[in-house]
Ligand binder design. Structure first.
Ligand code: NAD
Length: 487
């Protein structure tokens, strides 16, 4: 059972320098359930001075934290990982009432704990290199933390993103200010309590929330933030990169949106391909960066594929996300709902819609969007080009491999792509040709591998995250040149 049962139990404050504080100007924003439309919490909105205070606290904590060895830092990580797992039901509940994620299948707490546990050990592997290649010199590199790292996360899988960014940043000796999304701030605030309980020194790990304007803007422009890791929309990614360029040229890691294609050849296991591609675009009501929102099916099997896909896609259990039986919750909020609705309206003009119900009925019963399929949509239509971020899929056809590749790559995004075929040569040819940071062969998103780098080609981002690469994102490299005199 969730520990937080009423708004009184829910933490809504900012966590700065080891203490929970209201916003300095007293400003709050209402967080409404996307299912019941009731206000579930009034959340402190970080002001400019709060964001500055969080950065100042992190800066002050940096010398002592960076002086510790990774083993000492790791003690806090292990404790935090245990506490996050213990809090999993409450975290699932908080996500359900704030952004509508069904509690069924809530995996984020385990994944986040895994991340803290992994980096607790991996911190010892932050190593430099040495070289004797210059005669008369013994040269080596030092890997050193940047100082204050900022993390800005979206609302769709918040606790996981919190862990994926802050764990590698902290274990390598940086101190952190995380800004959670205004659409899903409650789980990050809960994790702040766990951070306090785990005993992290004040100022090492700060958590604030609020809208992009003001606090996100302050962090991205801040002269004392030395590195920034962001997950969110392409639009905000561009603003953050511009802010970095205008301020101190802080490196930014950008994990952005997608318009991911799945290509299904006629020799594929049709049932498996239909089941997995529909799960990809249905899970989290389609609010997933790597969801396969464009599916290309070889013409000869298109009819059978669409029929199978349709049956599976419409068999969702839509409803209250706090109900264990629900696997299709509402969209995160009214803004997200209206956005997806407007894409569906536009899509009706450009393609043939074969699923999806009357929107207004959905609004009254929570911001639920029924699974929607468009067929025969021109490749240059708006719904083929822009990220919709809802349970809306375009299924188009192709005849040849070349045509499939050309259509799949005809996008400015490049986060994830999938190919289904039993022909190994074709699978590998297509995997090589697809312009995406991750390609699934006979599998699709959300399939991932924690030891593989994750990130986007083209406008889907810049840089990579993952167990083997994330520590690098938070470490400077210093070359030390040591002249050794001959005896
Ligand atoms: P968003 O860009 O609207 O917001 C993300 C975060 O940025 C929020 O915390 C928000 O408050 C903050 N923000 C907004 N404006 C800002 C500004 N001017 N300066 C600094 N921060 C600002 O994205 P969203 O709606 O929360 O998330 C959905 C998007 O995230 C989708 O595009 C999705 O594809 C993408 N996403 C990408 C990945 C990935 O790994 N590539 C994963 C999940 C989500």
């Amino acid at each position: 059972m969730p520990a937080a049962k009423s708004p009184r139990d829910i933490e809504t404050r900012l966590f700065i320098n080891g203490e929970f504080v209201e916003s300095s100007d007293g400003k709050t924003f209402d967080l409404k359930s996307p299912m019941t439309h009731e206000v579930v919490a009034q959340v402190s909105e970080a002001s400019e001075s709060d964001a500055n205070a969080a950065v100042a606290a992190a800066k002050a904590a940096f010398p002592a934290w960076s002086a510790l060895g990774p083993k000492e830092r790791a003690k806090y990580f292990k404790k935090l990982a245990t506490l996050i797992v213990e809090a999993r039901h409450e975290l699932a509940y908080l996500e359900a009432i704030s952004m509508g994620r069904p509690v069924s299948g809530y995996f984020d707490a385990f994944a986040a704990a895994d991340s803290f546990n992994h980096y607790a050990e991996a911190g010892m592997l932050a190593l430099g290199t040495s070289s004797l290649n210059t005669p008369g010199y013994m040269n080596f590199t030092l890997r050193q933390p940047y100082g204050v790292a900022a993390a800005i996360i979206p609302w769709n899988v918040p606790v996981l993103f919190l862990a994926l960014k802050t764990a590698p940043a902290l274990i390598t000796g940086n101190t952190v200010v995380l800004k959670s999304s205004e659409k899903a701030p409650l789980t990050s605030a809960k994790v702040a309590h766990l951070i306090q309980e785990a005993g992290f020194p004040p100022g090492v790990f700060n958590i604030i929330t609020g809208h992009g304007q003001v606090s996100g803007h302050v962090l991205s422009h801040h002269m004392d933030v030395r590195v920034l890791s962001f997950t969110g929309s392409e639009r905000t990614g561009r603003l953050i990169q511009t802010a970095a360029a205008k301020s101190n040229l802080k490196p930014v890691i950008l994990e952005l949106g997608g318009k991911s294609p799945a290509v299904i050849f006629e020799d594929a296991d049709l049932e498996k391909a239909a089941a997995e591609t529909q799960h990809s675009i249905q899970w989290n009501s389609g609010q997933v960066c790597m969801a396969n929102s464009r599916i290309y099916v070889q013409e000869s099997i298109a009819e059978a594929f669409v029929e199978s896909f349709k049956q599976k896609f419409q068999a969702v259990a839509a409803g209250d996300p706090t109900d264990e039986k629900t696997n299709h919750g509402p969209l995160a909020d009214e803004m997200q709902y209206d956005r997806v609705r407007s894409y569906i309206d536009v899509g009706k003009e450009s393609g043939k819609r074969i699923l999806g119900i009357d929107h207004e009925a959905g609004r009254q019963n929570g911001f639920i969007i029924q699974p929607t399929i468009f067929l025969e949509t021109p490749e240059d239509a708006k719904v083929m080009k822009e990220e919709i971020f809802g349970p809306v899929v375009n299924i188009n056809t192709f005849r040849t491999e070349d045509e499939a590749i050309a259509k799949a790559n005809n996008t400015e995004f490049g986060l994830y792509a999938a190919v289904y075929t039993k022909n190994i040569d074709r699978a590998l040819r297509v995997a090589k040709a697809l312009e995406a940071g991750t390609v699934g062969v006979n599998c699709t998103s959300p399939t991932g591998a924690r030891d593989m780098p994750f990130g986007g080609y083209k406008a889907s981002g810049q840089g990579r995250e993952g167990l083997t690469v994330s520590m690098d994102n938070f470490l400077e490299t210093k070359s030390v040149l040591v002249k050794v005199e001959e005896s």
